[in-house]
Ligand binder design. Structure first.
Ligand SMILES: Nc1ncnc2c1ncn2[C@@H]1O[C@H](COP(=O)(O)OP(=O)(O)OP(=O)(O)O)[C@@H](O)[C@H]1O
Ligand SMILES: [Mg+2]
Length: 255
């Protein structure tokens, strides 16, 4: 029998297969990607599937998008988040990084009480890019990320944290720190394949999981994110420009 941690299914079936069953319970995983690539959709799907298929209450924390547009985006996917809230299966909270962090750390806060009362198992923080507003000190920022990740872990919550590809105003070094604090990183990218823009997903890191390292095409439509075939014979996918291996410039070939 395996001694590995209990797995939490994302509800995106092919991703769960790529994850050898799911994300280890209590993990904090970054969803990193460019604007509009599907980070919020991913988060909504994780909570929707969690509530419907796995009966795990979820918390969606949004710092940027007003709940009204979030409900609308969810509805476009066929997910009625207002109804889920009525059923106490999902809760959408529009707040600030400071208030959320303080609440997570104070047992008698509204947010902590709600996490206990509703038995919240899943959370999405959309997006952690705003935490850089809390402080201009890189050391303190790393502490903030630690408090966030550890606070969620302490509650036994499995979380997805969305983040822009390149956080504006942050050095690469600071950006990199977030990557070390979290347990996993899933990259969503736009790629150009044969003169058309497509979306690609890959698991960069997942602690404790022997995960698939392939790069997969995905699409967004009613029902959310769907993962399709693996990109093969393509170079440069993650840099955003791909080549068929056979069509690569002669100088690059055979390097
Ligand atoms: N019904 C639909 N059918 C097909 N595609 C859709 C549908 N609804 C939304 N989309 C696509 O999904 C994308 C929305 O993705 P989402 O809001 O999850 O991106 P994001 O990464 O969170 O963006 P941002 O960085 O702006 O927050 C849109 O760019 C749109 O192309
Ligand atoms: Mg978004």
């Amino acid at each position: 029998m395996s001694k590995s941690a209990e797995r939490v299914k994302t509800g995106i079936d092919r991703l769960d297969a790529m994850l050898d069953g799911g994300v280890p319970a209590g993990s904090s995983v970054l969803i990193q990607g460019a604007p509009g690539v599907g980070k919020t959709t991913f988060g909504l799907q994780f909570l929707y599937e969690g509530a419907i298929r796995y009966h795990e209450p979820g918390l969606f924390v949004t710092f940027e998008e007003f709940p009204v547009s979030l409900y609308r985006d969810a509805q476009a996917m066929g997910w009625d988040f207002k109804e889920l809230e009525r059923q106490r299966r999902v809760r959408v909270v529009f707040t600030s990084p400071e208030i959320f962090l303080a609440g997570l750390q104070a047992p008698e806060s509204l947010i902590a009480e709600f996490i206990q009362d509703w038995n919240v198992r899943r959370a999405v923080i959309d997006s952690v890019s705003l935490f850089k507003r809390v402080t201009t000190d890189p050391v303190r920022l790393r502490e903030v990320y630690h408090h966030l990740v550890n606070g969620l872990k302490r509650e036994g919550i499995t979380s997805f944290l969305t983040v822009e590809d390149r956080m504006q105003g942050m050095t690469l070094e600071e950006e990199g720190r977030l990557g070390y604090v979290v347990d996993g990183i899933i990259l969503l990218r736009y790629v150009e394949v044969e003169s058309a823009m497509q979306r690609a997903l890959t698991i960069l890191k997942m602690r404790g999981v022997n995960h698939d390292r392939g790069i997969y095409r995905f699409s967004i439509g009613a029902g959310g994110i769907q993962i399709h075939e693996r990109f093969t014979n393509l170079e440069g996918i993650l840099s955003g420009t791909s080549y068929h291996s056979q069509m690569m410039p002669a100088k690059k070939r055979g390097r």
